[in-house]
Design a protein around this ligand. Structure first.
Ligand SMILES: [Zn+2]
Length: 274
């Protein structure tokens, strides 16, 4: 889950997580097939597709409908990925894995949490918060995920969860090359501790690493795990015609990373004073 701050009431946040939103093309072979605020991405190829994230437990029919509305089939999903092993992004993975026979690939930080349904999550754990999903391949930093002509590179972005990951890709469209990141942002959930009784050992260093890597990215297009994080509803209106420039926003990405890094720096200082 993302921390949107105290200004967004939980009920409103939840409503946005389950409200349907039309599937649409982000750029090239990257499509958004999630809900109003829970981002799910489809990366297509002639040899099948990669699905990144799900929504809540009941999100499969919405994801299917969005995929079909774009002319693709859920059954052609071959690889499942996640950006962070939190239930609002993982709850339908087990169901979609069973429906499609796709393989679940995840980082070593998130794989155990996926496999035990969130039980071992150091912040929200101690109970099962989503249906466990077994992991077929463990991903590492820099791994190239290839399916047909689709290619994604793993950019581990830990902190939000120990195994949070972003994915980078390149799209060529109309003679122009676009660098794209599906970014897991470094948000700090309420109650999480960085240095004093840290939520997990090394969490502060993990966040620092993520901010360093994301700041160093030279990207044209970015999307994130929540529509609200990447300004989906400011950039795109349902039914709008496809334009590769719609989600081009390098300054917005830099500003979002910087804002989150400032929140992190403030929390570090506050924990050290208390
Ligand atoms: Zn989360």
């Amino acid at each position: 889950m993302a921390s949107l701050g105290a200004t967004v009431p939980l009920a409103a946040q939840r409503e946005g997580w389950s409200r349907p939103f039309p599937g649409h093309r982000v750029i090239g072979n990257l499509y958004a097939v999630g809900t109003y605020d829970l981002a799910v991405f489809l990366v297509t190829s002639q040899d099948g597709h990669i699905l990144i994230n799900t929504g809540l437990e009941d999100s499969s029919p919405m994801i299917r409908e969005n995929i079909e509305s774009l002319g693709f089939r859920l059954e052609d999903v071959k690889i499942l990925l996640t950006m962070q092993a939190h239930w609002d992004h993982t709850a339908a993975l087990a169901e979609i894995k069973a429906l499609t026979g796709a393989e679940m690939w995840a980082t070593d930080g998130d794989a155990p949490v996926l496999a035990d349904g969130g039980f071992s999550d150091p912040h929200f754990g101690g109970r099962e918060s989503f249906k466990p999903v077994s992991v077929d391949r463990v991903l590492e930093e820099g791994d190239l995920i290839e399916l047909g002509d689709a290619q994604l590179t793993v950019l581990e972005s830990p902190g939000h969860t120990a195994g949070s990951s972003s994915y980078t890709m390149t799209v060529v469209e109309g003679g122009r090359t676009y660098d794209v990141v599906v970014a897991n942002m470094g948000t700090i959930n309420p109650g999480k501790q960085l240095v004093v009784d840290p939520t997990y050992p090394g969490v502060a260093e993990d966040f620092a690493d993520t901010f360093r890597k994301q700041t160093a990215l030279d990207i044209d297009v970015w999307v994130a795990a929540h529509g609200s994080q990447y300004g989906l509803h400011d950039k795109y209106e349902a039914g709008q015609a496809y334009d590769p420039l719609t989600f081009v926003d390098p300054e917005g990405f830099r500003a979002a990373v910087e804002r989150l890094e400032n929140v992190y720096t403030e929390q570090l200082a506050a924990e050290r004073v208390d």
